[in-house]
Design a protein around this ligand. Structure first.
Ligand SMILES: [Fe+2]
Ligand SMILES: [Fe+2]
Length: 199
């Protein structure tokens, strides 16, 4: 399937606002890929398709989770808003013919992030929050960083996500906590020995 066919299929499956958001993430991902040295073709497809599972009904979600039990652990099921990301990687593969592991990884991790985020993972994660339709407290700061330094933008995006969930008394997915701890460990150059605890 070429990019135009992907766009048409996506347009037919998502609500108008979600489709416009997907085009926004696509454009922002390509811009960041050019700036930060990532593959722009992969950024285009990952940005375009990152929310491709947002159209699934509850029954369709359940069916996919039963078909592929490794998609979602118990915490992912409990943090339901994040579920469309791992499901999205399956839909992108099975319905859009995407086989590239970098693209599938970026779609999979676009809601929670994880400890070991690659370049494209970080770009899609940040672009999902900075695309032009987004409007929330803190987005201006994120957009400034996303024009300057990917690591700073990514750290700020994870920080804002954590604070947002805490303010709402929401669950925080363990992968997001792992992402934050990984950022801090790398920034402070902390060396952990086997058996050491961070606390
Ligand atoms: Fe999403
Ligand atoms: Fe999104």
């Amino acid at each position: 399937m070429d990019k135009e066919q992907m766009r048409e299929k996506l347009k037919g499956s998502l609500k108008h606002k979600r489709y416009e958001h997907s085009l926004g993430v696509c454009a922002e991902s390509v811009r960041m890929a050019e700036l930060f040295g990532a593959d722009t073709e992969k950024a285009y497809i990952a940005g375009l398709l990152h929310d491709c599972a947002k159209c699934l009904s509850h029954d369709e979600e359940t069916e996919l989770c039963e078909k592929y039990p490794d998609i979602a652990d118990q915490m992912t099921m409990l943090c339901h808003p994040v579920l469309h990301a791992p499901l999205g990687a399956v839909v992108a593969r099975d319905e859009y013919g995407v086989t590239d592991p970098d693209i599938l990884s970026a779609i999979r991790h676009h809601t929670t992030a994880c400890a070991d985020m690659k370049l494209l993972d970080k770009i899609i994660y940040v672009a999902d929050m900075t695309e032009s339709h987004r409007d929330f407290d803190g987005v201006d700061k994120l957009r400034r960083l996303a024009h300057d330094d990917l690591e700073d933008a990514y750290k700020e995006a994870v920080r804002q996500t954590l604070l947002h969930n805490i303010k709402k008394d929401s669950l925080i997915h363990p992968d997001t906590l792992d992402a934050w701890n990984s950022i801090i460990i790398n920034n402070k150059d902390i060396k952990l020995n086997k058996g050491d605890s961070l606390l």
